[in-house]
Design a binder for this molecule. Structure first.
Ligand code: NAD
Length: 355
């Protein structure tokens, strides 16, 4: 694999659209970080923001993350993200998402939306009444679609297997894995790890879910804080972003960090801190791409077998990235960024399409 530079200068977003629809109260931002490799794809978040600037910053940060994730997963997509500010009072949810759908339509295929934090399949069905540049709709027969979480979990498992082999020369059956967060992805990951013979430690604020994991997988349950310094080989963050900060990185006992959560590093410098402690950090945007692969498959009409093939390839990509990082003297995070940015710099630009 040849890269023109190790640290390519980060590019500004291509386009930022601010929208407001008086009738429905829909207010938000669509950020198109890059369309170099195809339409900017990334979900739509409905969230309460302190102000317009906070919402814009979130959209920009998330859009860049999607661009890196899609490029690295070798999808024919650029990266974008939409955020809608949760209205203060009562609102007509269907009307709000139809208004958002009209904004997506106005971008003529340069942006493809899907569900994300705070939005659902039903919301995307409203968007779909205005534009066909939307995924995350109810699956049709055996076609890809619906909840992407099982695919995300499968991708995390593949990446974890490759990371454990690289760092510890071991198999998952010999590992103790600490899973933080037993939501859609975390619980499915526990299921796969249990099947692979791993020992599990878990943390989850919903005590009945934690109890179910103890019962089904023999998992030891801990508080989220204690989990960070638990005696485990692998730490798998599957809840919140920003979990790897100066304190938690200093406390970690695991040799490998590999999980589904987005934006795990509180800041990029944490990648170096982890490397200094000889902890292998598997880049989140490489590890958790299984869900967007399923979304891409739905939008582009792939068969499930093609989605599966591409999700399983995440393990090989992890291995390749670690090998490249070692030979180039980069952290895995910076190596993965460089590979993604290089791909974007060389990609073909997308053409506008009908709404
Ligand atoms: P989810 O909301 O279903 O699950 C999150 C879980 O974390 C919940 O069970 C919640 O109770 C738990 N949690 C909250 N705070 C916690 C804490 N302090 N300690 C331990 N657990 C805590 O979300 P999800 O869909 O499973 O996604 C998990 C993470 O993976 C998120 O960061 C998400 O952005 C990322 N991700 C998800 C997908 C996907 O396909 N769903 C794809 C890519 C990335």
């Amino acid at each position: 694999m040849s890269l023109t530079t190790h640290h390519r200068q980060d590019l500004p977003p291509e386009e930022v659209v601010t929208f407001y629809d008086r009738e429905s109260g829909a207010r938000g931002i669509i950020a198109l970080h890059s369309t170099a490799l195809g339409p900017a794809a990334g979900g739509c978040r409905l969230w309460r923001y302190a102000d317009h600037q906070a919402a814009t910053l979130d959209a920009l940060r998330l859009a860049e993350g999607m661009a890196l994730k899609n490029a690295l997963a070798e999808l024919p997509f650029g990266g974008g993200k939409a955020v809608i500010c949760l209205p203060d009072g009562p609102f007509d949810r269907a009307a709000l998402f139809r208004a958002f759908g009209r904004e997506v339509a106005s971008l003529k295929g340069r942006y493809v939306t899907a569900e994300d934090v705070g939005t659902s399949v039903a919301d995307m069905s409203e968007v779909a009444t205005q534009t066909h540049h939307v995924a995350g709709l109810p699956p049709k027969g055996a076609q890809p679609g619906g909840d992407p979480s099982p695919w995300t979990a499968l991708g995390v498992l593949q990446a974890m297997r490759a990371a454990v082999r690289h760092r510890l020369g071991a198999e998952l059956s010999d590992m103790t894995v600490a899973v933080q967060g037993l939501g859609h992805v975390g619980f499915a990951l526990c299921e796969l790890l249990h099947e692979a013979g791993a020992t599990l430690i878990v943390a989850e604020p919903r005590s009945e879910v934690a109890a179910r994991a103890a019962d089904r997988f023999g998992a030891m349950v801990m508080s989220s804080r204690a989990l960070l310094s638990a005696r485990a080989d692998v730490f798998a963050p599957c809840a919140l972003g920003g979990v790897l900060n100066a304190q938690s990185v200093a406390d970690l006992k695991a040799s490998v960090v590999c999980g589904a959560a987005n934006n795990q590093l509180a800041d990029d410098a944490m990648a170096e801190r982890l490397a200094e402690r000889d902890i292998l950090y598997a880049p989140d945007f490489l590890v958790n791409a299984g869900g967007i692969v399923n979304v891409a498959g739905e939008y582009l009409g792939w068969r499930k077998a093609e989605v599966r093939r591409r999700v399983l390839a995440i393990g090989m990509r992890m291995g390749d990235t670690l090998a490249h990082a070692a030979s180039a003297g980069l952290t895995p995070h910076h190596a993965a960024r460089a590979i993604a940015q290089d791909r974007m710099a060389r990609g073909p630009r997308v053409q506008a399409q009908a709404a």
